[in-house]
Design a protein around this ligand. Structure first.
Ligand code: GDP
Length: 439
C-alpha cells in the first residue's frame, strides 16, 4: 500500500524541526554506518491512529537576506507541492502573518494540493486566542493552533492532515503485482537519459492507478509483455534540477520515489566515480529495505581494460559498504549498451525480494552452518539456535530463536547471512534479522 507523504513548509524559525520531532518522536536508534541519512532528520516514518505516513521537513537552509528568504521559500513550497500528498504550512503566532507567509500561501493555493495551516508557538490557548484569527487572511483554511515545544494541538493537526489521506480500502484494492522501479541518483548522472532510452525502446502506457496524488505521474513500460511501473519518472523527465542541486531536496525526492518501489536503480556516473553524496542517496533505499541495482552509467566515457569493471565495482562496494548485497550493471544511456539487461536484473532482484524459504529447508541450512562453524561462546555459555523462520518478504526477514541474544555476535550473524545467501541467492536485496530469546 502506498504510504502518504506529508511535508512541512514554513519560514525559518517557525519551528519546523520542533514540529517534526513532536510528530515523529525523538529518534530512538541512530543507525550507524549509513552516512548522513539519520543524522540530519529530513524524513521519518510515522504512525498516527494506525495510519502510516512519511513526514518530510523541507526546511534546513536559513537564509540571511530577504531576497534569499523568498527564493528559499519558493523552493521549499515547490518541492513540497511536487512530492507531498498533504502539506503542513507552518506559521508563527508571535510574529503574526508576514510577507513571506503571504507569498507561500499564494503558491500553495495555486498548486491545489491539500494544505493544513498550523500556527505554532501557541503555548497558551487563552493568551493567544485572538491572535489566531489574523491567519484566516492567508486563505488556507482554518488555522490550527499548536505548540511544537509543549506538544499541544498535535492531535488536532494530524486529524486535519489525515482527513486528506486516501481511504485505506481504496488503496488496498489497488495493490497491484507489477514490478515498481525507482531511479535515484545525484543530478546529471543520467537518470533522465536512462528513462528516455527505456521509453524510446519499449511500449509506454499511461498510468491508470491513482491511489495517492503522486501515483498519477507513474509511467508504465511494457517489456516482453510484462508491465513495469516506473515511479515518479515524470518528475525526472520534467527535470527539476533546481531541487536536485540542493542536497536536502535530492534526499526528499529520493525518499518519495523509493517509498513505493520494489527495486531501486541507483545511478552512478562512471566518468565521475562514486561519491559521499551517492552513499547518502543509497542509504535511503537501504534503510527502507528495497532491492538495489547499482547502474553505472556513461560507461562509454571510460577507458577500459579487462580490469576496469572489477576496479569500479570494488571502489563502489567500498563506499557503499553498508549494502554489500547490491547488484551491478554497467550501461550507457547514450549508446544503449546493456540497457535491455536492466529488465532482466529488475526481475531477478524482485524475485529475491519476494522469495520465501520454507522453515524446514531454512533450518537444515542453519543446522549445517552451525556444524561447519561452531557458534560463539562466552564464559562457558555457547550460543544455541533453537529454530529460525522467515516471517516476511520485501525485504526478506528472518527471526532466530536463541538461548541468549548477547551470544549472537555480529560476525556470526554475518556468517549465517552468508550461508543463507549461498543456499538461496537473495541477490540484490538486504536481509533483515531479528534475534529473539527463548529458554
Ligand atoms: P539526470 O540529472 O540524472 O537526469 O541526468 P541527465 O539524464 O540529464 O544527463 C546528464 C548529462 O549526461 C546529459 O548531458 C546527458 O546527455 C549525459 N549522459 C547521460 N547518460 C550518458 C551516457 O551514458 N554517456 C554519455 N556520454 N553521456 C550521458
Amino acid at each position: 500500500m502506498s504510504k502518504p507523504i506529508v511535508a512541512i513548509v514554513g519560514r525559518p524559525n517557525t519551528g519546523k524541526s520542533s514540529l517534526f520531532n513532536a510528530i515523529a518522536g525523538e529518534p530512538i536508534s541512530i543507525v550507524k554506518d549509513i552516512p548522513g541519512v539519520t543524522r540530519d532528520r529530513i524524513y521519518a516514518d510515522c504512525t498516527w491512529l494506525n495510519r502510516d505516513f512519511t513526514l518530510i521537513d523541507t526546511g534546513g537552509i536559513e537564509p540571511e537576506s530577504r531576497d534569499k528568504l523568498l527564493v528559499s521559500m519558493r523552493e521549499q513550497a515547490e518541492i513540497a507541492i511536487e512530492t507531498a500528498d498533504v502539506i503542513i504550512f507552518l506559521t508563527d503566532v508571535r510574529t503574526g502573518v508576514t510577507d513571506a507567509d503571504d507569498r507561500v500561501a499564494d503558491m500553495l493555493r495555486r498548486a491545489k494540493k491539500p494544505v493544513v495551516l498550523a500556527v505554532n508557538k501557541v503555548d497558551s490557548f487563552t493568551k493567544f486566542q485572538n491572535d489566531i484569527y489574523e491567519f484566516y487572511n492567508l486563505a488556507c483554511g482554518d488555522p490550527i493552533p499548536v505548540s511544537a515545544a509543549s506538544r499541544l494541538g498535535i492531535g488536532d493537526l494530524l486529524e486535519a492532515v489525515e482527513a486528506y489521506f486516501p481511504q485505506v480500502e481504496e488503496s488496498e484494492a489497488e495493490e497491484d503485482e507489477r514490478p515498481k522501479v525507482a531511479l535515484i541518483g545525484k543530478p546529471n548522472v543520467g537518470k533522465s537519459s536512462i528513462i528516455n532510452r527505456l521509453l524510446g525502446e519499449n511500449r509506454v502506457i499511461v498510468s491508470d492507478i491513482a491511489g495517492t496524488t503522486r501515483d498519477a505521474i507513474d509511467t508504465v513500460v511494457v517489456h516482453d509483455g510484462q508491465e513495469y511501473v516506473f515511479i515518479d519518472t515524470a518528475g525526472i523527465r520534467r527535470k527539476s534540477k533546481i531541487h536536485e542541486d540542493i542536497e536536502r531536496y535530492s534526499i526528499i525526492r529520493t525518499v518519495t520515489a523509493v517509498e513505493r518501489a520494489d527495486v531501486v536503480l541507483l545511478v552512478i556516473d562512471a566518468s565521475e566515480g562514486v561519491t559521499e553524496q551517492d552513499a547518502k542517496i543509497a542509504g535511503v533505499a537501504h534503510e527502507k529495505g528495497k532491492g538495489i541495482l547499482v547502474v553505472v552509467n556513461k560507461w562509454d566515457l571510460v577507458e577500459k581494460t579487462d580490469k576496469t569493471m572489477k576496479e569500479f565495482t570494488d571502489k563502489i562496494k567500498n563506499t557503499l559498504s553498508f549494502m554489500s548485497y547490491a547488484e551491478f550493471l554497467f550501461v550507457s544511456a547514450e549508446t544503449g549498451q546493456r540497457m535491455n539487461k536492466l529488465f532482466e536484473m529488475i526481475d531477478m532482484i524482485r524475485s529475491s525480494q519476494t522469495l520465501r524459504i520454507r522453515t524446514g529447508v531454512l533450518n537444515e541450512i542453519i543446522t549445517e552452518a552451525t556444524v561447519l562453524k561452531q557458534p560463539p561462546s562466552d564464559k562457558g555459555h555457547r550460543l544455541k539456535i533453537f529454530y529460525a523462520s522467515q516471517v516476511a518478504v520485501k525485504p526478506p526477514t528472518f527471526v532466530f530463536f536463541v538461548n541468549s541474544k548477547e551470544l549472537m555476535h555480529f560476525s556470526y550473524q554475518r556468517y549465517l547471512e552468508n550461508r543463507i545467501r549461498e543456499a538461496f541467492g537473495f541477490r540484490g536485496t538486504m536481509l533483515r534479522f531479528f534475534i529473539r530469546e527463548r529458554q
